[in-house]
Design a binder for this molecule. Structure first.
Ligand code: FMN
Length: 337
């Protein structure tokens, strides 16, 4: 396998096209920064409601918080109406902090689909088309779409949707190679990625089931995609990006020592607390910024503890951390393992 060439999305050039997937509850600023440290050049915000961005609601805009310690960041938005995306796109561009705007057309959660957003857009290629046009008219940022290979194996809309996305002028498409009805379970159908790559001329970013450097190489090789997006495998394991980067360059890579990993876990939580210091009052009204940060950090901690050999017994405590001192106590136990 040759090193994949840089990925161009409009004027954007991503030298090492292995990106962090948008994951609600996880891909907030501190995690993106840490993934960047380990070589991930491009990441996406958590899923953010376009209408809230359009109205500049402070709690919604807080989801779009970024820092200079990140790499390229995509604002990952959902909407049911082209008008919401159009107004939100102006706000996103105005911030001057985003490399691109990404529209969600794959999330199967009812809260979105019941309103016609997320995976429901696969039922309505015309709306998706209009949404992309609206975004393109409102911003000079590249506009991309994250979708799936269809709603179910029986609906057969994949190519129609992909062509609608391309013809509307999207600068790239990311495809999670599972059906919406399968959520995140079951095998990823990489052969569909190969098919899409053949059918489209815009860049195709493949996603689904990559959890090792070998699988990242295989996805590039077997499907011909222009970029690979990593989701769950990065949780508790941000150094995976460094491992993949080394593998793509044919270099050897040394996994960080357990001590270094533990230092990063603490750093991750500290950065969360820093972030929450800037949160709008509405978000931190009930809890102190530190306590709020620790609560939001709990799912990350669970992922980290899963990945540390011998630390699983500490999982019963992850849901009780309220302060950084609580976390430090758990991490001291990890250091002693
Ligand atoms: C906790 C969690 C939250 C997610 N949130 C989003 C989201 O907000 N938007 C989206 O497009 N995909 C979301 N996804 C899907 C991922 O971006 C990705 O497509 C999926 O996990 C498949 O990739 P993987 O097999 O590498 O994990 C989420 C996945 C998980 C596990």
């Amino acid at each position: 396998m040759k090193t994949p060439p840089p990925l161009r999305i409009g004027p954007l050039q991503i030298e090492h096209p292995v990106m962090l997937a948008p994951m609600a509850g996880y891909t907030n600023r501190p995690f993106r920064e840490i993934c960047r440290h380990f070589g991930c050049e491009m990441a996406y915000t958590e899923l953010t409601v376009a209408e809230g961005v359009a109205r500049r609601l402070p709690p919604t805009l807080f989801y779009l918080n970024t820092s200079s310690r990140e790499g390229f960041t995509g604002a990952h938005l959902y909407a049911a109406q082209p008008d919401s995306i159009e107004r939100a796109a102006r706000v996103v561009e105005e911030t001057g902090r985003f490399a691109l705007l990404d529209i969600n057309a794959g999330c199967p959660v009812r809260k979105l689909t019941s309103k016609g957003a997320g995976a429901a857009l696969m039922r309505s290629p015309e709306t998706l088309y209009a949404m992309i046009r609206a975004a393109k008219n409102a911003t000079s940022l590249p506009v991309t779409v994250k979708t799936r290979i269809g709603r179910s194996p029986h609906t057969g809309e994949m190519l129609e949707i992909a062509h609608a996305i391309q013809e509307a002028g999207a600068d790239a498409i990311t495809v999670h190679a599972r059906y919406a009805c399968d959520r995140h379970k079951g095998p990823a159908h990489w052969e569909k990625l190969a098919l899409l790559k053949q059918a489209l001329h815009i860049p195709v970013i493949g996603n689904g089931g990559v959890h090792s450097p070998e699988l990242a190489l295989r996805m590039f090789d077997e499907t011909g995609v222009d970029g690979v997006m990593i989701g769950r495998a990065a949780l508790g394991h941000p150094w995976l990006f460094a491992a993949i980067r080394a593998a793509l360059r044919g270099e050897t890579w040394n996994e960080p020592e357990p001590e270094e990993k533990i230092d990063w876990i603490l750093e991750h939580a500290r950065r969360f607390a820093e972030l929450m210091n800037d949160a709008p009052r509405k978000i931190t009204a009930r809890l102190s910024p530190e306590e709020h940060a620790c609560r939001l950090f709990r799912p990350h901690l669970a992922c980290y503890l899963h990945a540390i050999p011998g630390a699983r017994h500490l999982l019963r405590e992850y849901n009780q951390i309220n302060t950084l001192a609580d976390l430090e106590r758990i991490l001291e136990e990890c250091r002693a393992l």
